[in-house]
Structures are given as C-alpha cells and as structure tokens.
Design a protein around this ligand. Structure first.
Ligand code: CP
Ligand code: NVA
Length: 304
C-alpha cells in the first residue's frame, strides 16, 4: 500500500502488522534504542486546520527515525487547491520530499493528493475520517484491555470523522461499536451498512447514551463541534444536551469501564472534568500512542 487514507482500504494483515510494529518500536524507544531507517528523508506536512497532537507527534516520529519535516500552512502556499491545483501540488512535492501528510477539510483533497503524488500520502484528519487516531486508539485498547477482539466501545456524541474511523477499525479488527447520538447527528447510514457488510453487527447507531454504555468496555467521546463547524456551535451545544459523558452516565457502565477521548476535550460540554481526570480515563495514553502508531506507519510507508 502506497498511502494511508482510510482504514477501510487497508488489509487486516497490514493493520495488524502496524499495531505489532507500533508496540515493538514503543518498547525499543522506551529502552533508549532507536532505528534510523528514514535517515535523510523529508515529510511535508500540510495543515488546513489547527493541530497539537498530530503535528507534534508526526514531527517527533519522523525525527526519531532519522528524518525531518517541513510544516506547511495553507497561507504559505496560497491555499491548497487555490493558488494552483491539488494535482500540481502533489506532483511538485513528489519531486522534493519522500512523503506527504495532510489535514484537510474535504476528504477528496487527500485522495487527489494521493492519486497524483509519486510518494506516500497520509491522511492526518479530514472531515470524513481520522485513521491515525483510530489506530492509536486500538493500540491503547490493546494495552489496557489485553485484547481487541470483542471489545465493546460506546461512542457518545457526534457521528463524525472520529466515530467513522472507529467504525472502520471495528469492522476490520473485530470490535463492537455502538454510537449514541442525538437525532440528526448520527453516523451516516451508508457507513453503517458498509462496515456491517464487512463484519456483521460490528456497528449500530442508537439515540440513547445510557443503553450504549450498559455493557461497554470503553466509553469514547469527541467534541460536539468539529473544526470547520464553529458557526454551528450554539445550535450544536443545545442539540447535544443529554449526551455528555459525566459521572452519572459512567455509573450506568461496568465498574472497570475505560474513558477515551481523542482530544482536544471541551470540558463541561461533551465530557466533564471529573470524568476526564478519573482513574478510568486513559486519554493521555491514547494521545501518547499517536506517536507510537505514527512512527510505525512512517517506517512502513517510507522506508526504502
Ligand atoms: N486528536 C487530534 O488529532 O488532535 P490534534 O487536532 O491536536 O492533532
Ligand atoms: N472531530 C474533531 C476531531 C479533532 C481531533 C474535529 O474534526 O475537529
């Protein structure tokens, strides 16, 4: 596979290999070892949206492997697809760098980059999907639950890019996902149909958060207002009332339930501070694993 755009496009064997490689490199670096397998290589990082975790963890991962990065804001290049077509950006960058990662609004921007680039392209979040996040999440689940197969995730909130990538990961890796959202904010029916074709009953959509968490191993949430939806903030905050991950909701779940959030977390909205800071919260292990998964991904895609 040249690119990493969507978990649904990846063979299960590749996903499993990436998880194993993530764990191996995590141990290696924890013991002070290193692997300079990308020495002299450059990753161009294109961002149409803000980022803390993705930007810094990719930069550290690339540096760990002996390579370096160039961070590009849209205004630096006159906008992605504005000053010049996406297909030209892809072909020009392919002459200079060894890999491209991009965080864009439209998913078609990363697929077009990948189609025209001669070098690997990595999806660092689009409005449609956040595959690096979901794979780091699976790595975190494996570490905390000692298994992936059969793990039940209750995703409370917006049926968004993060929920969709979790549905794809559930289909490919044998987890069970229940998404609980207010009416009008569900995960799209086409995604649910597609994932359930790959793995029957792996994903269901309901509107009741209590019912979603009742037998959950993991309660997962994300912002109600994704990047690019800022104009809808007031309406969304009103529409999502009752979908907060708070102590009362957690009480309906098994006592050893783990709390996950891709971050950034808007405390007091989709999650309360006490739940985010509770002993069951694994949100910072999750954030750390972005680095470990992406180190493995870069090695797998870029190593010559
Ligand atoms: N979770 C995540 O992708 O965070 P950033 O937006 O900070 O990169
Ligand atoms: N759904 C969020 C995820 C942020 C990492 C967004 O797209 O803004």
């Amino acid at each position: 596979m040249k690119d990493f755009l969507c978990i649904m496009d990846c063979p299960v064997e590749l996903l499993e290999e990436l998880l194993q490689l993530s764990a191996r490199l995590k141990s290696l670096y924890a013991e002070g070892g290193n692997e300079s397998c990308l020495s002299g290589q450059t990753l161009a990082m294109l961002f149409e949206k803000p980022s803390l975790r993705t930007r810094i963890s990719f930069q550290v991962a690339m540096t760990d492997l002996g390579g370096h990065v160039i961070y590009v804001k849209p205004e630096d290049i006159g906008g992605i697809g504005k000053r010049e077509p996406v297909k030209d950006i892809a072909r020009v960058l392919s002459r200079y760098v060894d890999g491209i990662m991009a965080r864009t609004f439209e998913h078609s921007t990363v697929t077009e980059l990948a189609y025209f680039a001669a070098v690997p392209v990595i999806n660092a979040l689009t409005d449609w999907a956040h595959p690096c996040q979901a794979m780091a999440d699976v790595l975190t689940i494996q570490e905390h639950c000692q298994r992936i197969e059969g793990i039940k995730i209750a995703f409370i909130g917006d049926g968004n890019n993060v929920a969709r990538s979790l549905a794809y990961a559930s289909a490919k890796l044998g987890m069970k996902l229940t998404v609980a959202s207010p009416a009008g904010y569900e995960l799209d029916a086409e995604t649910i149909e597609k994932v359930n074709e790959v793995s029957p009953h792996c994903t269901r959509q309901i509107n009741d958060p209590q019912a979603a968490v009742i037998d959950a191993d993991i309660i997962y949430t994300d912002t109600w207002v994704s990047m690019g939806q800022e104009d809808e903030k007031q309406k969304r905050r009103a529409d999502f009332v009752g979908f907060q991950v708070n102590a009362e909701l957690v009480k309906s779940a098994p006592a050893d339930v783990k709390i996950m959030h891709c971050l950034p977390a808007y405390r007091g909205f989709e999650i309360t501070d006490d739940v985010a800071e509770s002993p069951g919260s694994i949100i910072f292990d999750q954030a750390e694993n972005r680095l470990h998964f992406q180190r493995a991904l870069l090695k797998k895609l870029l190593q010559k």
